[in-house]
Design a protein around this ligand. Structure first.
Ligand SMILES: Cc1ncc(COP(=O)(O)O)c(C=O)c1O
Length: 399
């Protein structure tokens, strides 16, 4: 007989949420845990392994020392919202009202979730480009939206306008898109945005754009915010964060910029989900958002060098690479290695070679479609690349 532990039920446990049953743990975050367990070089999860800018860290330290340690205004401190508004005007020429159109959240992850919970009703559909950043799947399930996927096809990750048009309909509430794009490195062009805009206007939908990699651009690519297109200002929810631009992914500070009515709903959802983002880090965020233009230029230049470094390493190891025009990931084709699928290959890489990457299937609904892909990140310092190069050189013999 199994003794029942004090406080534990003897019979079956109460049922868990059906929503939570419909998605798995994040494969990306799981790869980081595996990398730690196997002392592998971690090229899976997109967090920098180099220091954040000294001035921004000092601003956070100063804020804590000055006792900015209590709840901030739930939708973000005025100073930070003003800085976000000024930054959006400077970079995209869009003027927004920080009092009525900005909600500061716990990372862009929470901004996306709050935005979706604020606009989705039962029966609503959202159009999502695939491959997609893996959070968007669970975001749809948790908010109750049905995703309609539209393919981005290699090598340029373009979409078929007819397929996009067919995904829209009377139940469409929003399109979710990420530019510059994780995992493909695609940067959406104006002509593509015009097609998207026409469909959003035709079907009277929102667009939620995740622009967290806005400053990581290569080979002349330009970042366009969908909100700048005629007809989109009042139907676009623009999501962004400090995470990637300022190398502080662990701070968990992001925001949503949305028209006033949508913002009012987002703020309510956000308040009851998290109350607010860390107050001292919002102080530092205000300093970060006022960085000089030279900061963003150096960021892009340094990331270009990192991209080319990793492209070189992966190509010499036998990977076929899709050269990214933005963000900080490289999607690869692994067919030449002859493994049965991406997950088997990723496990072999992390355990036998000592390098962690993300299986391509985690970016697709039908996992088979990603089975020839692995995603590597290049937000890493030179010693990390050096270690990865040495380890991956052992792979060459397998091709
Ligand atoms: C496209 C995209 N959106 C959002 C996030 C998460 O951002 P945050 O740290 O601001 O929650 C990531 C992180 O990798 C990402 O790639």
């Amino acid at each position: 007989m199994n003794p029942v532990q004090p406080g534990r039920a003897a019979a079956a446990s109460p049922k868990l949420s059906l929503k939570a049953e419909r998605f798995t743990e994040s494969v990306i975050r799981e790869m980081t845990r595996l990398a730690i367990r196997h002392s592998a070089v971690n090229l899976s999860q997109g967090f920098p392994d180099f220091p954040a800018p000294a001035e921004i860290k000092r601003a956070a330290q100063d804020a804590i020392a000055a006792d900015i340690n209590q709840y901030a205004v739930t939708w973000g401190t005025k100073k930070f919202r003003d800085a976000i508004a000024a930054n959006f005007e400077r970079t995209q020429g869009v003027s927004v009202d920080p009092e009525r159109e900005i909600t500061v959240c716990c990372g862009s992850t929470e901004a996306m979730m709050s935005a979706m919970l604020a606009i989705i009703n039962p029966g609503d559909e959202v159009v999502v480009f695939e491959p997609f950043y893996e959070n968007y799947g669970p975001d749809a399930i948790l908010s109750g939206a049905t995703p309609r996927f539209v393919k981005l096809r290699p090598p340029d990750w373009t979409f078929d306008p007819d397929e996009l048009a067919a995904a829209f309909g009377p139940n469409t509430k929003a399109i979710i898109l990420n530019t510059p794009n994780n995992p493909t490195g695609k940067v959406f062009e104006r002509a593509e945005f015009e097609k998207i805009r026409d469909l959003c206007v035709k079907w009277n939908t929102f667009a939620i754009t995740d622009e967290i990699y806005e400053h990581m651009l290569y080979d002349g690519a330009k970042h366009i915010s969908l909100a700048t297109l005629d007809g989109m200002r009042d139907r676009t929810i623009t999501i962004n964060a400090l995470s990637k631009t300022y190398s502080v992914t662990g701070w968990r500070v992001g925001w949503a910029i949305a028209p006033p009515e949508a913002t009012a709903a987002i703020r309510k959802v956000h308040d009851f989900l998290t109350v607010g983002a860390a107050a001292p880090l919002q102080e530092a965020g205000a300093v970060a958002m006022n960085s000089p233009a030279s900061y963003y230029q150096s960021l892009a230049t340094e990331y270009l060098a990192r991209r080319d470094r990793l492209l070189g390493i992966l190509t010499s190891a036998g990977f076929k690479c899709f050269k990214p025009r933005g963000a900080y990931y490289i999607m690869t084709d692994i067919s030449a290695f002859g493994f049965p699928d991406d997950v088997t290959f990723a496990k072999y890489l992390v355990t036998e070679i000592g390098v962690a990457a993300v299986p391509g299937s985690s970016f697709y609904l039908d996992r088979d479609e990603g089975k020839n892909h692995l995603r590597f990140t290049f937000c890493k310092k030179e010693s990390t690349f050096q270690a990865a190069a040495e380890r991956l050189a052992r792979l060459r013999a397998k091709v």
